[in-house]
Design a protein around this ligand. Sequence first.
Ligand SMILES: [Zn+2]
Ligand SMILES: [Zn+2]
Length: 238
Amino acid sequence: MWTGILLSALAMTAIIAGRYLASSGLFALVTNRVRPGYHAKLSGQIRREIAWSLASAAIYGIPAGVVAWGWQQRGWTLIYTGWNDYPLWYLPLAPFIYLLAHDSWFYWTHRWMHRPRPFRIAHAVHHASRPPTAWAAMSFHPWEALTGAVVIPALVLMVPIHVAMLGLVLLVMTVMGVTNHMGWEMFPRKLVHSALGGWLITASHHQRHHEEYRCNYGLYFRFWDRLCGTDRGLSETL
Ligand SMILES: [Zn+2]
Ligand SMILES: [Zn+2]
């Protein structure tokens, strides 16, 4: 049993590290095209971002590996594979619940990590990226990585989700994690400045968090920031 769990954790770590290198690498390449010179003079910072991110991949891999093993071997999770196992209307609702739950958890843990002590011990690592790059997507101190690593493994034990919708959640999580840090806005101005855009977090919003620290704490949605008066709007530098 323990060998199985260990192998599962190692496999998950390899998958998460590979996913990070592929996604951050791809958007870093695009950044070189779209914003030539953005990475100039940042090579030392980028090396540190990659090192912290690979350490985070190992931390994310452990709970993911344990739960993946439990899913396959013990039927622990509420991940389902048959399209009709739950009503069809629930299919698109589940990823929305996952993103909202993850966003809420992130907002409050993130705000807490901006208190002086947790900031010094953990969150300062993420803010050492000035300006952030696509490689900063998983650049977290191990304590902070741990707070992020437990979210999806905990949710699959509590909230039913089709395996394809879980893949969609992981895709959104990966793409937004990378693109929110890459230093330019990939979504059309029309969307970002629309009424809907006023509720969504993209690079223009998260960049401002990296510029001013004490605002724009959210992950996917601006709901908590707006409710708690911490939303300062979009960055003016992108
Ligand atoms: Zn960030
Ligand atoms: Zn922060």
